[in-house]
Design a protein around this ligand. Structure first.
Ligand SMILES: Cc1ncc(COP(=O)(O)O)c(C=O)c1O
Length: 348
């Protein structure tokens, strides 16, 4: 494998040396194994291809300030993937198998774990697909679990900056009682009609609830956070909706916000409430926090101005979470699985 110039690594896929796979047949999972083969021998009528029976995850491993490796909250990703599997009538990947596959993917690609200080990380994309050939509409009974690791560059190669969001009322990402709370490919494919035109205009998409188009749901691949300040009381607001993905980053930030004495509220949020917010952001594994400078509502030709630069509250939360991930501060919640790393070898 050729040497990687970490400083040139972008936020896109870099081919790993190994991926990890495990099949599910006759009601049982096989042991995960590493392979250099990145292609599947898949039946053309597999349920993942025919009916979108597919779910995925996204998580990261960090090389810490102390040289140790930290995998962030992988058990939460395993739980969420089990929920997605249940939602699409797939076999769930047992939590321990999920963890074993992630650790194996890390071990086999240890050279791809970016050094501390580069801002780059090793991202894992666990994927679960239905492989039974079927022509009649319905779920399959065979599955393949795959972990694809890829080193990715820092989300903010320059300085921590803001993005502009555009409100969308013409495309719904997910129905109120649909699959929005699951991390399944169909949600993303169906949002391209909104996200691609937004990206072409240099913006990101803010989806409203599909029933009323009145309340903020989430961003295309991130949850929404708003900050309100009232007589010195700081409030962290995030939408309650049946159609949004339960973000692990948002959950972590809510815990940290409470610890800092902020009021944390999860409820329906009307779009117009943006007017009362001092800061707002998208949050997720990729960016941690992506502050929003303004939200544009083309329907009413209205702009909700927020902050030109990342605001103080969201900046504080951003650093608090990153400090845990990089081992710069105590991990009081046990969010990271720490892996000892010595002489270029994983000890556990
Ligand atoms: C639709 C959607 N919402 C929210 C998130 C953020 O979730 P997490 O913080 O677990 O990465 C993601 C990314 O996974 C996403 O795709």
């Amino acid at each position: 494998m050729k040497e990687i110039d970490w400083s040139k690594l972008g936020f896109h896929y870099t081919e790993p040396e190994y991926i990890v796979r495990a099949g599910y047949h006759n009601g049982a999972w096989e042991e995960p194994y590493a392979t250099k083969d990145k292609f599947l021998h898949l039946h053309v009528s597999a349920t993942c291809l025919q009916y979108g029976q597919e779910a995925f995850e996204g998580l990261k491993a960090f090389r810490g300030v102390d040289g140790k490796i930290r995998i962030f909250r992988w058990r939460e990703n395993a739980k969420r993937m089990a929920q997605s599997a249940k939602g699409l009538y797939m076999a769930s990947v047992p939590e321990e198998l999920f963890g074993k596959a992630i650790r194996l993917a890390l071990k086999k690609n240890i050279k791809l774990l970016p050094p501390y200080g580069t801002g780059a990380t090793l991202y894992f994309r666990p994927l679960l697909i239905g492989t039974t050939p079927r022509l009649g509409v319905g779920p399959g009974k065979d599955f393949e679990f795959i972990v694809i690791p890829s080193p990715i560059g820092p989300y903010y190669p320059g300085k921590f900056h803001c993005t502009t969001f555009i409100v969308n009322r013409h495309v719904d990402r997910a129905a109120p009682l649909g699959t929005g709370q699951f991390k399944v490919g169909g949600n993303y494919a169906s949002s391209f009609r909104a996200t691609e035109p937004a990206h072409a205009q240099g913006m990101d998409c803010l989806f409203l609830d599909a029933r009323h188009h009145r309340y903020i749901d989430e961003c295309s691949a991130a949850n929404f956070i708003g900050i309100k300040e009232n007589n010195g009381q700081i409030e962290y607001l995030t939408p309650r909706s049946t159609a949004i993905l339960p973000s692990i980053t948002n959950n972590s930030l809510m815990t940290l916000a409470k610890e800092k004495g902020f009021k944390v509220t999860r409820r329906r949020i009307r779009l117009e409430e943006l007017e009362q917010m001092s800061e707002a952001a998208a949050c997720g594994t990729a960016c941690v926090i992506s502050p929003i400078d303004k939200v544009f509502d083309p329907e009413n030709n209205r702009i909700y101005p927020l902050t030109d630069n990342p605001g103080p509250i969201l900046t504080e939360l951003y650093h608090a979470l990153k400090d845990i991930q990089y081992g710069r501060t105590e991990d009081r919640h046990g969010w990271c699985e720490v892996i000892e790393y010595e002489n270029k070898k994983m000890k556990n």
